[in-house]
Design a protein around this ligand. Structure first.
Ligand SMILES: C[S@@+](CC[C@H](N)C(=O)[O-])C[C@H]1O[C@@H](n2cnc3c(N)ncnc32)[C@H](O)[C@@H]1O
Length: 254
C-alpha cells in the first residue's frame, strides 16, 4: 500500500450512500454557522458551497465517482427546485418513475444502478464457450446487450422484478435474451454456467448461500464490486471504469 493510500484510505466501501450523505454535514454546519453569525451570503452561493464541499469530501473518502457528481449537484438542485414554481404533478410523476424502476430497492435493498460497458466486456471475456449466463437483477439489460454483441455463442437470461426495467430490457434484447419478470430469490440457479450479479452489500450473504445451494460444481458466480463476507474470490478483475469496479469471481466447489 502506498503512502497516499494510508493517508487517504477508501471509506464507506460497503455503504457509499451513507458516506455521501455524511459528506454534506460539514458544509451544512458551516453554512448554518455563517447564517447564525449574520453573514448575508446569497442562498445560491451557500447551496453551491455545500455541494462543492460534499463532493470534495466524497473524493477524499474515495467514494465511487458518481457520488461526487451527485453530491456536487444535490443541494444546488434542491435550491433550484424550491425556487421553481413546479406543478406538484411533476413530483408525483418522479415518484411513480422511481417506484417502477426501483421496486426492489426498499424490500431487497437493491436499487437500480448500471454496470459499465467495460465491466460487461470483462465479463464477456470470461464466459466459457456455449455457456448459459444469468444476470440476476438485469436492470435495463445493458450488460446482457453488450455480451450479446460480443459473444453470440452464449445463451443469455435476465431476471428483473421492477416492471419498467423489465419492459425496457425485454424490448432492448428481443430475440437475443430471455428476460424474465421474476424475483431473483425465487429463480433457481442450476441452469447457469455463470451467474452475474450487481446487487448491493446487503444482498451478498444471502446470494452466497443461494449460490452454494443451487449452482453446479465448477460454475462461476461473478459479483460486480460487492464482496461476500468470508468468501475469498478465486479471481479479481480490475475493470478500470469510472466507478472503479471490480469483478469478483468465485468457482463453485465440487
Ligand atoms: C444495481 S442494478 C443492476 C442492473 C444490471 N444488472 C446492471 O449491472 O446494469 C440491480 C437490479 O436488480 C433489480 N432487483 C432488485 N431486487 C430484485 C429481486 N428480488 N429480483 C429481481 N430483480 C431485483 C433492481 O430492480 C435493479 O434493476
Amino acid at each position: 500500500m502506498c503512502a497516499a493510500e494510508v493517508l487517504r484510505p477508501q471509506r464507506f466501501t460497503s455503504h457509499p450512500a451513507l458516506g455521501a450523505l455524511l459528506a454534506h454535514l460539514p458544509g451544512i454546519v458551516l453554512a448554518l454557522v455563517m447564517v447564525g453569525a449574520g453573514l448575508t451570503l446569497p442562498a445560491w452561493l451557500l447551496a453551491l458551497g455545500i455541494g462543492v464541499s460534499a463532493a470534495a469530501l466524497a473524493a477524499w473518502w474515495r467514494l465511487p465517482v458518481w457520488w461526487l457528481a451527485i453530491n456536487l449537484l444535490f443541494v444546488p438542485a434542491l435550491w433550484l427546485t424550491a425556487r421553481a414554481d413546479l406543478d406538484p404533478g411533476w413530483f408525483l410523476a418522479g415518484f411513480v418513475l422511481l417506484a417502477l424502476t426501483s421496486l426492489g430497492a426498499i424490500r431487497h435493498r437493491v436499487p437500480l444502478y448500471l454496470s459499465s460497458a467495460r465491466a460487461a466486456e470483462a465479463l464477456a471475456q470470461r464466459l466459457p464457450p456455449a455457456s448459459t449466463l444469468i444476470d440476476l437483477g438485469c436492470g435495463l439489460g445493458g450488460p446482457l446487450a453488450r455480451v450479446a454483441s460480443l459473444r453470440p455463442d452464449v445463451r443469455l437470461v435476465g431476471v428483473e422484478s421492477a416492471p419498467l426495467n423489465w419492459l425496457l430490457a425485454r424490448l432492448r434484447l428481443a430475440g437475443r435474451a430471455e428476460i424474465r419478470l421474476a424475483d431473483l430469490w425465487r429463480t433457481h440457479l442450476g441452469e447457469a454456467d455463470v451467474v452475474y450479479a450487481y446487487l448491493s452489500p446487503a444482498a451478498m450473504p444471502r446470494l452466497w448461500r443461494k449460490a452454494i445451494a443451487e449452482m453446479r460444481p465448477g460454475s462461476l458466480l461473478v459479483s460486480n464490486s460487492f464482496a461476500i463476507p468470508d468468501a475469498v474470490p478465486h479471481e479479481i478483475v480490475e475493470v478500470d471504469d469510472l466507478s472503479r469496479a471490480r469483478l469478483l469471481i468465485w468457482r463453485m466447489p465440487a
